[in-house]
Write a protein that binds this ligand. Structure first.
Ligand SMILES: [Zn+2]
Length: 695
């Protein structure tokens, strides 16, 4: 009976996915512009809970939510333990033993009092209790052992637990959305009989058991497809039960899941700690803004320093992190869970701080919502290259080369986007500069597009030894001599020299670092610059260059035959930053914006209607550099920021928004248009230069 049921489920999940064109973006469904700032509070109910939710009432929550001033709520329904914090009637449910009050019930009612929706936080693929109760639902590893608590996506889990409970949460409690946590990052490749035979059907072979196997990428692709089909299945079921209820799968179609966002969820979301150990909201926000779907980032409101307990983040740290998200048009959901209180109490000064953050965010809403990028520089984050990495699962991919490339650009005050092939290829010509950091496995289409882009006048920076094989020596204007894995090369920049290895240091007393392989190339049609040396001395020059530039058609390509972007991610040394700036300057892209600012200031270009916006985000930390510190406190203002913009006519108005300061500007006619020059003395957290031109 169970076997028959599973076959039927398998067919229905596959059928659901087949209804969708995986090259089309489904319609998103957000609440509207006034739902901008949410509050997320998940508890992950566990077996030791004794008084879960005992302290809350509708009146109590209403008073505290008023302090927070949020537009959206998200409350606990099921955590990774798999225990629901409410009295589910679904036969397969595992109910937490210590429920005093059903949090979801009280939260939805409090939301109703305030006229704001309340979503359900619900752990999906990751469910320890279901794994224990239904061992057959667990994914199976390559040795045939169950992976406890990680559901097989084509097991009966969705039909027997997730979907019925989602329906209960909608019909019995009135939640406005199911926000499914513990999803893409928790998925493990599953070798169960059903998954193995489905893989055989699609790929005509048995699943590979080891990463060394040639078909490993197919296996991981199958795992990703099968996960996305599972999400499609529950999204369809929930939507047909209640069309207005929103469905979201945490981190689906985000930076680590590039490619067409075809799965029919309603919006894109991901929760990010946003400390030194997870700093990459910069990548996430940029990438999500290109998905053609409503999106938000769930920003953690608490953090830790090393060897210290978690505490709530200072207001200014949250403001700095939130600015990096809203500047790209995203919504914010602040995640705050008071430490250790299982009775559901909320801390009043936490709620007041969240309220202050909300006021900061909402003051910026009209300028930030519904904006588009102003194409400047863009990093190619190819889905083909990304998925060619031999990952253990569908989440753990290397991203340092991408993050380093972004940092190298924005630390040099070059506004930069990140796009996958899906988003970029058709509009690549709009960007004056493209950076392809170690993108050796891009598609054939992308190779052609990059070459055509340069030939039509584009400027391209290519990094990494393998890119020589991808784009070819003729296009790069160089000839490969050898791949050197044990060099001691030094890059010249800014009148200094930067060692790329620890060779020559005094033995073990000095840090030994990974050597990034260097492809030694000799220019044919390209011109080399920045000669490499083997020491800090100019006289120890080699035959090779840190970069070459080849003119192709109307454009040019710069080749740095080493993964310097990961190196920059590792160190952020100013010499390497200067080198990146020198390469960009030599390429001389046709930028309309020239910005000079301290490295701490990130600049973002957006437009809406007849307005252009230059966002200035101060990322400085007020604390001395110290290895135990994971976030900023009392950030000092950074500046000055000098902005020059090519305009086709005199602007109607130029304003500095959100922060006061003696901004000065002038417009100088030049050629058929003119140059707007603005000088902003400093930025504390986030200010915006607004330029209106009239249509
Ligand atoms: Zn399976």
């Amino acid at each position: 009976m169970i076997r028959l049921f599973m076959s039927i489920f398998l067919l229905s999940a596959m059928a659901a996915a087949q209804n969708y064109d995986k090259t089309k973006v489904p319609q998103g469904n957000w609440y509207g512009d006034d739902t901008y700032f949410g509050y997320e509070y998940d508890m992950h109910a566990n077996a030791n809970d004794k008084d879960f939710g005992s302290a809350i009432s509708v009146e109590y929550l209403v008073e505290l939510f008023k302090m927070a001033g949020c537009d959206l709520l998200q409350t606990d329904t099921k955590g990774h333990e798999g225990l629901v914090s409410w009295y589910s009637k679904t036969p397969a449910a595992s109910i937490a033993p210590g429920i005093s009050k059903e949090m979801v019930d009280v939260w939805v009612k409090a939301g109703n009092e305030l006229g704001i929706p309340c979503q359900a936080h619900y752990s999906g693929i990751f469910d320890m209790a279901a794994g224990e109760k239904f061992p057959d639902w667990n994914a199976v590893n390559a040795d045939g052992e169950p992976v406890n608590g990680k559901m097989c996506p084509i097991s009966p889990y969705a039909d027997q637990l997730l979907i019925p409970q989602a329906k209960e949460l909608i019909s019995r409690y009135g939640v406005s959305a199911i926000w499914v946590d513990g999803e893409i990052w928790a998925v493990v490749p599953c070798y169960c009989d059903k998954c193995s035979s489905e893989y055989k059907k699609r790929y005509d072979s048995a699943p590979p058991r080891a990463k060394e196997d040639e078909s490993w990428a197919d296996w991981i692709e199958f795992t990703r497809d099968s996960f996305q089909e599972y999400v499609t299945h529950y999204a369809d079921e929930i939507h047909s039960f209640s069309p207005d209820t929103r469905v979201c799968s945490n981190w689906l179609h985000s930076f680590r899941n590039p490619g067409c966002p075809w799965v029919p969820t309603d919006y894109i979301s991901g929760d990010n700690l946003g400390t030194l150990s997870h700093p990459n909201n910069a990548c996430h926000a940029r990438f999500m803004s290109t998905r053609q779907r409503p999106w938000e980032i769930v920003l953690w409101g608490f953090y830790y320093n090393k060897n210290a307990p978690w505490i709530m983040k200072p207001l200014e740290m949250m403001q700095q992190q939130a600015s990096q998200i809203i500047a790209f048009g995203g919504n914010i959901n602040i995640y705050n869970q008071p430490k250790g209180h299982r009775d559901g109490r909320l801390v009043d000064w936490h709620m007041k701080r969240i309220g202050e953050l909300g006021r900061f965010i909402k003051a910026r809403k009209d300028v930030c919502q519904h904006t588009q990028t102003i194409p400047n520089a863009v990093i190619l984050h190819s889905e083909y290259d990304f998925y060619s990495q031999k990952s253990n699962n569908i989440w753990e991919y290397k991203t340092q080369h991408l993050e380093g490339a972004l940092a190298a650009m924005i630390d040099n005050s070059i506004p930069t986007d990140i796009m996958d092939e899906w988003a970029l290829i058709d509009r690549i010509g709009e960007f004056p500069l493209v950076i392809a950091p170690s993108q050796e496995n891009v598609s054939e289409r992308a190779v052609e597009a990059l070459k055509k882009y340069v030939s039509n006048g584009g400027r391209l920076i290519v990094t990494g030894p393998e890119m020589y094989d991808t784009l070819g020596g003729e296009f790069l204007g160089v000839e490969s001599v050898a791949l050197n894995n044990a060099h001691s090369y030094h890059i010249p920049a800014g009148g200094e020299r930067l060692p790329l290895s620890s060779h020559g240091h005094q033995g073990g007393a000095w840090t030994e670092v990974e050597i990034f392989p260097w492809r030694e190339v000799k220019p044919t049609t390209a011109k080399g610059f920045a000669p490499l040396t083997t020491t800090l001395f100019d006289e120890d020059k080699t035959d090779y260059f840190a970069a070459t530039i080849n003119r192709v058609g109307k454009g040019a390509v710069a080749y740095i035959p080493c993964d310097v972007m990961t190196y920059y991610y590792n160190c952020r040394y100013s010499t390497l930053r200067s080198f990146a700036a020198e390469v960009v300057a030599k390429l001389d892209p046709d930028f309309s914006y020239e910005i000079q600012a301290p490295a701490a200031v990130e600049t973002v270009l957006r437009r809406k209607g007849d307005a252009r916006y230059v966002h200035m985000l101060n990322r400085a930390s007020g604390m001395p550099v110290f290895e135990n510190i994971m976030g900023s406190q009392q950030p000092p203002a950074s500046g000055p920021v000098s902005i020059k913009i090519k305009l086709d006519k005199r602007p109607e108005s130029v304003k500095l928004l959100f922060e006061s300061g003696n901004m000065q500007w002038k417009y100088t006619p030049e050629g058929e248009g003119g140059i707007l020059s603005a000088l902003i003395p400093s930025v504390h957290i986030h200010s915006v230069l607004e330029i209106k031109q009239g249509i």
